[in-house]
Design a protein. Structure first.
Length: 253
């Protein structure tokens, strides 16, 4: 019932409500890909003095690869705890968006989120995924742009235990508010987390963020994650900062 209520809230915000075609919302992937020679750099600051970096590069049109790595206790006196392995991402757009159809992409992403406690992340990586993204002009563009995203994933990099279902679903939207400011909201059902082992309340993960675009290349984002307090032992949501930089490393003819 709570999940249905949250989904209705998200849909209500969609009905009411300069889009950045990022390859990732907050945590969930989008169906947007990259052109050949395009590059996207990203960095995060998250709980427990965590830091991570990500690089995505367009190999050819509609296909890109990426790598990411990070850890916790990077700042301060505590011994750093590095992620167990680098994250790897590959994504290909199967169908491009047109008036009737959304972008449809398939890919693989081994990067999870939060702190690493061997052999998994606090929030599991997506593994293999299929995602759809569709853009709209609200009131013929007078009320900005709206992007809808939905998909499913199957985690293979972090082994399932009894009670886990490795098939999972996620959805989200991004809505331009005023010039250069975009609202992000996403909900991951978290069906692939065993409550007893991972310490969750089986509420799923609701994340909300605000993104400032200084220009077409540089973007700063403030995210509020796990608003439902799905993690056991937490009395507040997580606050994170993210930087995104888009560019091309050579000019195509």
């Amino acid at each position: 019932m709570k999940k249905l209520f949250l989904i209705l809230i998200v849909l209500y915000g969609v009905v009411l409500g300069q889009q950045v075609k990022t390859k990732r919302m907050i945590d969930i992937p989008t169906a947007f890909t990259m052109n050949q020679a395009e590059m996207e750099l990203g960095g995060r600051l998250y709980a427990v003095d965590g830091m991570s970096g990500e690089v995505n590069i367009g190999i050819f049109n509609d296909f890109f690869i990426g790598v990411s790595y990070g850890g916790t206790n990077i700042i301060g006196r505590e011994k750093p705890v590095w992620n167990g392995h680098p994250g790897v991402r590959l994504q290909y757009r199967i169908i491009p968006e047109d008036f009737y159809y959304p972008n449809i992409s398939a890919g693989f992403d081994s990067q999870g989120y939060g702190f690493w406690f061997d052999p998994r992340y606090e929030v599991k990586s997506k593994g293999f995924f299929l995602v759809l993204s569709k853009n709209y002009f609200v009131s013929e563009g007078d009320l900005g742009t709206l992007g809808l995203h939905a998909g499913m994933n199957y985690c293979v990099t972090e082994e399932a235990v009894d009670g886990d279902d490795n098939v999972n679903f996620f959805a989200g939207f991004d809505k331009s508010l005023v010039k250069d400011v975009t609202l992000l909201a996403e909900y991951d059902l978290g069906m692939n987390d065993n409550a007893e082992l991972s310490g969750t309340k089986e509420r799923g993960y609701l994340n909300v963020g605000i993104r400032w675009s200084f220009n077409n290349e540089l973007h700063l984002e403030f995210d509020m994650k796990d608003i439902l307090r799905n993690r056991e032992g937490t009395d507040n949501f997580s606050r994170e900062l993210r930087v995104i930089y888009n560019s091309a490393f050579f000019t195509q003819r």
